[in-house]
Design a protein around this ligand. Structure first.
Ligand code: M6R
Length: 617
């Protein structure tokens, strides 16, 4: 959950400055401390401290290194072992300050390894698991092996997850990068500069050509070149495919918006347009696997799980089979006695790196080899894709804000496209009818655009209105429970308010006792088959003094009229559009959370204690 970056160059480039800018672009991965190391005249020069990158930079000029320096490593941390302090921030060095290591992941056996190193006389400065690595390498180098083998032998002793970048004071242009379970990408400007990073945006201003490191691969980076080896067969270099990234730099930068979260909400229409172009063949492939499956599960974490709840609803409508949704952290516990061999698992993850999800699908494959994994992710080459039989890539583009926004809407959209492929294959609806659902899907980008253009002032007004309420509900029925839950998650995450998304029917069985005069309740009310019942629920809350805010379609009458404040989504009130309402309704709740964060002076891009990619259990 940390961000790592490395650069080695033969050009006259300000490596400290480039490293600093790179970790700023990775700050969404963790932001409680950071550090940079450069190599200069056979010495390692380190600057690091606790705090956000910009604050630290103001204090100690993180990028101020000698001109002749041609190599740098940089790290932005999300603390796991040891609190966010200067000592615990990366890089970590060996006893002689010759070897520097930055790390993303968790080493599970670091206590045993630390005891072993302590018994050999090594001195540790931090409480981190990472510091074991420079000492292991230092120990190996005493045996007269070269730097690559010293690293190989070190990581072979480690259990757990790591993306590591390593440099040595006596190797002026060499960075060693190695990974297991934590992402690591190598970017290259042939003959000039080589980069490594935990995410592509870190080096995107300089190159779009990159290699994606797989588990147990090691890369030797020199200025403008790179060689790859397997950790468990490290004598011979191996060939890897070069990827060309299509993302534009604009997409990875704020482009005039105050925050990435806001920019990414406004990018939703285009992200959806791109996702609408995903090829029919890959959708059909997915659809066929679901049609032939005996048991189907859908699993994910956080926002992706709520996208899964919405998607399960839409797919089931046309598939006619039950899909069980299970949070990925509970997947094994729930299915350990019952996962059948002909099961199909849909796994959804924006990053493709969420460790609980990777573990769930790995376990499923180990338990029943014939289980099929169909994954949906935003990141080509991410870990999830290596464990999948079929892959669909959402075309959201880079999402930097910690809060998932455009990836949610594209995840629901791509599942909707699979659902319509199923409808075509099963021929349960007429062509004409299916076309109306497609037309509804294709109109969504414009619906969101229109909403974003005309409703911001209303959302800000509601935020000011709710300001004093530390808690309230989003209530809904049917598919909109997914919308309500995602709205609640967004507010918890960025506005630090414990706001729950709840079933309107279920709320009578307890939560209704919270309602007093003026207590706000936001009803999510697309005109679907649950609408009339929801009106009844609304009345129950209204008659107890609840202040009703509703999210409805443009021409809604009943619920709109019963509400104190109404947010209208400019979409037709028919069944074709209503089926996909999580895609058009959630942006309103994202915007609400965004402005609520601002109202409380919180940075929505850097919620407290969070990181975008959760690679620890
Ligand atoms: O990368 P993933 O989609 O697997 O991430 C899952 C969750 O960690 C993620 O959706 C999280 O809940 C978001 N930050 C919420 O906005």
């Amino acid at each position: 959950m940390c961000g790592i970056f490395g650069i080695t160059t033969n050009q006259n480039k300000p490596v400290g400055k480039i490293a600093l800018e790179a970790i700023k672009r990775l700050e969404y991965r963790g932001y409680d401390s950071c550090g940079i190391v450069t190599q200069y005249e056979s010495q390692l020069l380190v600057k690091k401290d606790a705090g956000k990158i910009e604050e630290i930079n103001q204090r100690i000029k993180l990028d101020d290194f000698p001109n002749g320096s041609r190599l740098a490593l940089a790290h932005t941390r999300w603390a796991t072992h040891g609190p966010p302090t200067k000592i615990n921030s990366h890089p970590h060095l060996d006893c002689d300050d010759k070897i520097a290591v930055i790390h993303n992941g968790i080493l599970e056996n670091f206590i045993e390894l630390k005891e072993e190193m302590l018994s050999k006389g090594h001195v540790f400065k931090s409480e981190t698991d990472t510091e074991i690595i420079p000492h292991l390498i230092e120990e190996n180098l005493k045996k007269n092996v070269d730097l690559k083998d010293a690293v190989v032998n070190a990581v072979k002793k480690c259990k757990g997850a790591y993306g590591l970048a390593i440099c040595h004071a006596d190797y002026p242009d060499t960075i060693i990068a190695v990974r297991r379970e934590s992402p690591l990408i190598v970017g290259i400007e042939e003959g000039k500069t080589t980069y490594c990073a935990s995410d592509i945006p870190a080096f995107l201003p300089y190159t779009r050509n990159c290699y994606i490191l797989e588990d147990d691969e090691i890369a030797i980076l020199k200025a403008g070149t790179v060689e790859f080896y397997d950790v468990y067969n490290s004598n011979f270099p191996k060939k890897k495919d070069l990827h060309h990234v299509e993302w534009s730099m604009d997409a990875a930068e704020k482009g005039g918006y105050e925050h990435f979260m806001l920019k990414e909400i406004y990018e939703e229409p285009d992200a959806l347009r791109r996702t609408l172009k995903v090829t029919n063949d890959s959708l059909k492939d997915f659809a066929k696997s679901l049609l032939s499956a005996e048991n189907i599960y859908i699993t994910a974490a956080g926002t992706s799980f709520y996208a899964a709840l919405a998607g399960k609803f839409i797919i089931t409508k046309f598939l006619g089979k039950y899909i069980q949704a299970i949070e990925c952290s509970e997947f094994k516990t729930e299915l350990i006695n019952s996962l059948e061999k002909d099961s199909v698992i849909i796994a959804i993850s924006q990053s493709g790196e969420t460790i609980d999800l990777i573990e769930a699908i790995r376990w499923a494959k180990d338990y029943q080899a014939s289980v099929k994994i169909l994954s949906i992710t935003n990141i080509v080459g991410s870990s999830i894709t290596r464990h999948s039989d079929k892959i669909l890539i959402t075309q959201a583009g880079p999402e930097i804000g910690v809060a998932a926004t455009k990836t949610f809407v594209t995840q629901v959209l791509i599942q909707s496209l699979v659902a319509l492929e199923i409808a075509k294959l099963r021929k349960i609806e007429s062509q004409n009818e299916i076309q109306k659902y497609y037309d509804a899907l294709h109109s969504i980008p414009e619906v969101i655009e229109r909403f974003l253009t005309k409703s911001v002032d209303l959302i800000k007004y509601i935020v000011r209105n709710l300001e004093k309420n530390l808690n309230f509900f989003f209530l809904a029925r049917g598919i909109s429970i997914a919308t309500a839950k995602e709205g609640g998650l967004k507010l918890k995450e960025v506005a630090c308010r414990f706001i729950e998304g709840y079933s309107a029917a279920h709320a009578k069985h307890g939560p209704i006792s919270l309602v007093r005069e003026g207590y706000p309740i936001i009803f999510i009310a697309p005109p679907d088959e649950t609408y009339e019942r929801l009106v009844g629920n609304l009345m129950e809350f209204k008659s107890r003094g609840g202040k009703i805010i509703s999210l409805v379609v443009e021409d809604d009458k009943k619920i709109g009229d019963l509400s104190d404040i109404t947010i209208r989504i400019p979409q037709p009130g028919d069944k074709y559009h209503s089926l996909f309402s999580p895609i058009t309704f959630v942006p309103a709740l994202q915007l609400l959370a965004y402005y609520a964060a601002l109202e409380h002076n919180l940075d929505p891009d850097k919620p407290l204690n969070l990181a975008k990619t959760v690679t620890v259990h």
